[in-house]
Design a protein around this ligand. Structure first.
Ligand SMILES: [Zn+2]
Ligand SMILES: [Zn+2]
Length: 251
């Protein structure tokens, strides 16, 4: 017997569908696709514009470009870790607005980690493209200000570029045969490697949240920074972390 297609027209999903790959996949709505296409268009436009503005900045050396590229990778890795931790830890697919917009994809990814390798360019990158605009817009504003050091808009450009491409890096870490150049960059540690990311995919998914390069996973996990923030949030709000995890006793 085939199971009924879940109805995402309902405000809440039946609880069993929170842990059902097909049901979660069915939550990829046409309106979400439009949101992703808008995000990609805005990111391409503002990243391209900011790149031209940065090229126009006086006295930016090759070393500053190298520094900005490395710091941009670090910043994007940190952003990916914080966003990933937040959507893995709090709420559920029934959370108003964010449940459908973001939490669904994170929960689906734990249940079917290979699904991301079947997503096309838009579904893979649309969401992060939209997020990158939070960096390109201030970058464009500051690039026009002669009082602001050139490194600032340059850093905002490289950070935005790597925030926008993080989901693609994450997708490559799940592919059995990524492009040869990507596999090389993974081996030398410039991009998230499958082995480094595999640590995150062990239940209850509470380590190695960073998915751009994975450089910050070691330090953040050793510091137990996310556990500390969770204890503070629980004390202040009463919210229980990972309440919706399949293994959670709170479920
Ligand atoms: Zn996760
Ligand atoms: Zn993953």
């Amino acid at each position: 017997m085939t199971r009924a297609t879940p109805s995402w027209s309902l405000i809440r999903m039946p609880k069993r569908d929170h842990y059902d790959s097909e049901a979660l996949e069915a939550g990829y709505a046409k309106t979400h696709r439009v949101y992703e296409l808008v995000g990609l268009s805005l990111a391409a436009w503002t990243l391209g514009w900011l790149f031209l503005r940065v090229l126009d900045l006086p006295e930016v050396s090759a070393w500053e470009w190298v520094l900005a590229l490395l710091l941009g990778l670090l910043a994007a890795d940190l952003v990916s870790g914080v966003v990933h931790w937040a959507f893995d830890t709090w709420g559920s697919v029934d959370t108003p607005v964010l449940g459908r917009l973001a939490i669904r994809t994170f929960r689906h990814h734990h249940i079917d980690p290979k699904a991301i390798t079947r997503h096309d360019f838009v579904e893979t990158n649309g969401h992060n493209a939209m997020l990158s605009i939070a960096l390109t817009l201030p970058g464009l504003a500051l690039a026009n200000d002669p009082e602001v050091p050139a490194l600032v808009p340059l850093l905002l450009f490289t950070s935005a570029l790597f925030v926008a491409t993080t989901s693609q890096f994450h997708k490559w870490s799940h592919m059995d045969e990524p492009p040869k150049l990507v596999a090389l960059l993974q081996r030398i540690g410039l991009l998230l490697s499958p082995a480094a990311h595999d640590v995150h995919h062990r239940a209850p998914h509470e380590r190695a949240y960073c998915v751009t390069t994975g450089w910050l996973n070691g330090p953040l996990d050793r510091l137990r920074l996310f556990r500390l923030i969770e204890r503070v949030v629980t004390r202040v709000t009463g919210a229980v972390p990972r309440r919706d995890e399949p293994e959670s006793p709170e479920r």
